[in-house]
Every structure is written in structure tokens, then in C-alpha cells.
Design a protein around this ligand. Structure first.
Ligand code: ATP
Length: 234
């Protein structure tokens, strides 16, 4: 389980998070919603120790992560797919996946490439294409597939649908949900696309100016439409 307690974050003097409390249970799938600038990306970076100055506690499976660097967090089973995707453009799709398999932590066998192609069916026919020759949607699919190849226990996806065509968003939702369900991977998903978040997750946090403005399951979200209207651009 991941737990953030009284989490504060700053870039220089500018404070972005103001005491976040949040949990992602084992294998649970949680959405982090919020308008532009609400602090979603910053929260993901805090979980990975990837930039901002942080105060408060992040614990993973009972262990306080403290100042543990990002690569060691990855070895514990946390995998972040950042907004800018970061695939390798000059090697092929299959090589991208093979390289990602080396990130599997001790005691966790990486996922075989053929299993990745079964999970992300769009990628199989593109196996020998260079990463840089993929469309934005295909690159996003590859970025998620690379994270899954290292057999994470918690997948952190930062606005994966931004700029993608609806048909790719639907495919990605199916692949992410099924992969997490079947492999018991927890999900922490920062999103502005409520449809996608609903397909992939069971529980919602809404961030507003660096604070948790709402938390609950989707039924609770639906019975509080005014909350969504107030804190989200819907
Ligand atoms: P978006 O949906 O636009 O990505 P977000 O909810 O992910 O927004 P963040 O990216 O976490 O929000 O940004 C929260 C605040 O922190 C914003 O005011 C942003 O301008 C500021 N911020 C983000 N990154 C930096 C940085 N590297 N240096 C300074 N300020 C930053």
C-alpha cells in the first residue's frame, strides 16, 4: 500500500502542495483529478522523489521512503510514466520494451515481451518500427507498456490521454484496466479526462490548489456533481 501523509511540496519558494493525505491500497486503482495547475504532476513527482522539495511522509508497504532516490523507488515496484512519455526514439518498439524489462527489481521477473504484446495488442504489428516513427498515441501505449514490462506493483500514469485521439483513449483504457486487474497492479492515475479515469479506477481524489477537495468512489462522485463542477472543468 502507498500512503502519503501531510505532504507539502515546493518549487523554490513557491508552495504547491498543502498537506495531502492519500492512500492507494494493494492493487487498488485511484484517480487524481483536478484542473490545470492543481498539483497532480507534483504529487506524482513527490511519490517518486522526482523534483520538488517535499515535507511529510510517503510510505510504501509500510516502509517510509524518506529521501530514497527515484531509481530505488522503481526497484521497490513503483513505476511512473511521466506526461512527456520518454520512450527511446532511435530504437525499435521491441527494443524499447526489452530495455525496460531490465528495470524489474530484485525478486520480480520482468514480463516476457510476447506477454506485453498480448496485453497491448496495438504494439505487436509495430514491433520493428522505431520509437520516433510512432504516432503520439502509439508512443503513449509504448510508454505504458514499458512501465508494465518491469512488473511494477504500482503504476503511476501522469495524464496519459492528453492530446490523444478518442479511439486510442478507448484502447488504452481497456488495456490499462485489464492489465492492472489481471496482474494485480495498483494504479495512481492523474487525469483531466473523467471518462478515461472512470474506466480505469474505482476511487477518486480531486485536488484543488494543492489540497484534497474531495475523495470517494465513483458513486459518491456522481452524487456530488456540484463538487465536480466546482473543482473540475466540467
Ligand atoms: P496540469 O494538468 O496542467 O499538468 P497539474 O495539476 O499536474 O497541472 P502541476 O504540474 O503539479 O499541476 O503544477 C502545480 C503548480 O506548480 C502550478 O502552479 C505550476 O505552475 C507549478 N510548477 C510545476 N512545475 C514547476 C517547476 N518545475 N517549477 C516551478 N513551478 C512549477
Amino acid at each position: 500500500m502507498l500512503e502519503a501523509s501531510d505532504l507539502y511540496a515546493w518549487y523554490g519558494e513557491g508552495q504547491v502542495l498543502h498537506g495531502i493525505n492519500l492512500k492507494v491500497g494493494k492493487g487498488q486503482r485511484v484517480a487524481i483529478l483536478g484542473r490545470n495547475g492543481a498539483g497532480k504532476t507534483t504529487l506524482m513527482k513527490c511519490v517518486m522523489n522526482g523534483g520538488p522539495r517535499v515535507a511529510g511522509r510517503v510510505t510504501w508497504e509500510g516502509q517510509e521512503l524518506g529521501t530514497l532516490p527515484a531509481f530505488k523507488r522503481a526497484r521497490l515496484g513503483l513505476a511512473l510514466v511521466p506526461e512527456d512519455r520518454r520512450i527511446f526514439e532511435h530504437v525499435t518498439v521491441v527494443e524499447n520494451i526489452e530495455m525496460a524489462r531490465y528495470a524489474a527489481g530484485p525478486g520480480r521477473a520482468a514480463v516476457p515481451v510476447n506477454e506485453i504484446f498480448e496485453r497491448f495488442t496495438m504494439l505487436g504489428p509495430l514491433a520493428s518500427r522505431l520509437g520516433g516513427q510512432l504516432s503520439g498515441g502509439q508512443q503513449q501505449m509504448l510508454a505504458v507498456a514499458r512501465a508494465v514490462a518491469a512488473r511494477p506493483r504500482l503504476l503511476l500514469l501522469d495524464e496519459p490521454t492528453e492530446g490523444l485521439a478518442p479511439v486510442i483513449v478507448e484502447q488504452l483504457a481497456r488495456d490499462v484496466r485489464r492489465t492492472c486487474e489481471e496482474s494485480g497492479i495498483g494504479l495512481m492515475l492523474a487525469e483531466q479526462n473523467i471518462w478515461f479515469a472512470r474506466q480505469c479506477t474505482d476511487y477518486v481524489y480531486i485536488l484543488s490548489t494543492g489540497c484534497v477537495a474531495f475523495e470517494g468512489d465513483w458513486a459518491h462522485f456522481d452524487s456530488n456533481r456540484e463538487t465536480a463542477q466546482r473543482f473540475l472543468a466540467v
